[in-house]
Ligand binder design. Structure first.
Ligand code: ATP
Ligand code: MG
Length: 259
């Protein structure tokens, strides 16, 4: 297959407010694809539709050829998702959490034990395996979340801000792991507000603003269009403008009751 993800006029409305407006894009097999955009642009909403967490209002999307609406179960089986919030049970130990999720993915006990050992080792968490996740630092939690996602050996990874709030050592560690996962053949879709990370990691990036896809190309081409010394941050500001984003605008468009 040529494309891991195809979105065709994918739209999500919350009441009168359009969070994603007819977004069409294709992510090639084996790509690292960055989704960029200001706060509230619609990145998480787009990922939520592609990962079947929310239903599109209109349009279509396919992940590995499976329709996100009609074949949601097939989509879920073939993807790994890291959301902005870490999905782990704080009172359970690292090992117990991984066992729980592994069983949920339907992995047999023997394979699961092997994959857990390998994952904890690779992410330098072996010595913390018996500790409750609630006592972990954010960096440890994020590393453990990656171990969890890798248990299922997914072909497509969605990483929503995988490096937010982490120290530079952990960021560099996670970026290396993202490249390793990609080299082993998985397609990766990630969002980040760190333009340098997006530039270093992504084969192509899509820039979304106010729910609209503004541009989609390689970081190199996008920078070249702006001038010799342009950075990806310059590209971002060129397409999204310098105006701050806050709730006021949206609230005026879609007032919420009781607020
Ligand atoms: N369940 C919801 N109900 C109403 N509005 C929502 C809902 N989910 C998201 N939105 C709105 O849709 C818009 C897009 O949100 P989204 O979380 O996709 O943005 P984002 O690009 O991921 O932003 P950030 O960079 O801050 O994570 C925002 O204005 C948000 O407030
Ligand atoms: Mg988001």
């Amino acid at each position: 297959m040529e494309y891991s993800i195809v979105a065709d006029k994918l739209t999500k409305k919350f009441g009168d407010f359009t969070a994603d407006n007819a977004i069409s894009l294709k992510v090639k097999d084996g790509e690292i694809f960055g989704i960029l955009g200001p706060n509230g642009a619609g990145k998480t909403t787009l990922i939520s539709m592609l990962t079947t967490l929310i239903k599109p209002t209109s349009g279509h999307a396919y992940v590995l050829g499976h329709d996100v609406m009609k074949d949601a179960l097939e989509v879920r089986k073939s993807i790994g998702v890291i959301t902005e919030k870490v999905t782990m049970y704080p009172p359970l130990t690292a090992e117990e959490n991984l066992m729980f999720f592994g069983r949920l993915y339907g992995i047999n006990k023997k394979d699961l034990e092997q994959r857990i050992n390998k994952g904890l080792e690779e992410f330098q968490l072996s010595k913390f395996r018996k500790r409750p996740v609630g006592t972990f630092s954010l960096g440890m939690k994020r590393r453990l979340d990656l171990v969890r996602v890798l248990l299922n050996e997914p072909k497509v990874f969605f990483l929503d801000e995988p490096t937010v709030g982490l120290d530079p050592i952990t960021v560099s560690f996670i970026k290396k792991k993202i490249r390793d996962i990609n080299k082993k053949g998985s397609t990766i879709i990630l969002t980040t507000h760190i333009m340098q990370d997006a530039d270093e990691l992504s084969d192509r990036v899509a820039l979304i603003d106010h729910g609209n896809l503004m541009v989609c190309d390689t970081p190199r081409n996008l920078k070249k269009k702006l001038g010799k010394n342009a950075t990806l941050e310059d590209v971002f500001i060129h397409y999204a403008g310098a105006e701050l984003r806050d709730e006021t605008e949206k609230m005026s468009l879609a007032p919420r009751r009781g607020m």
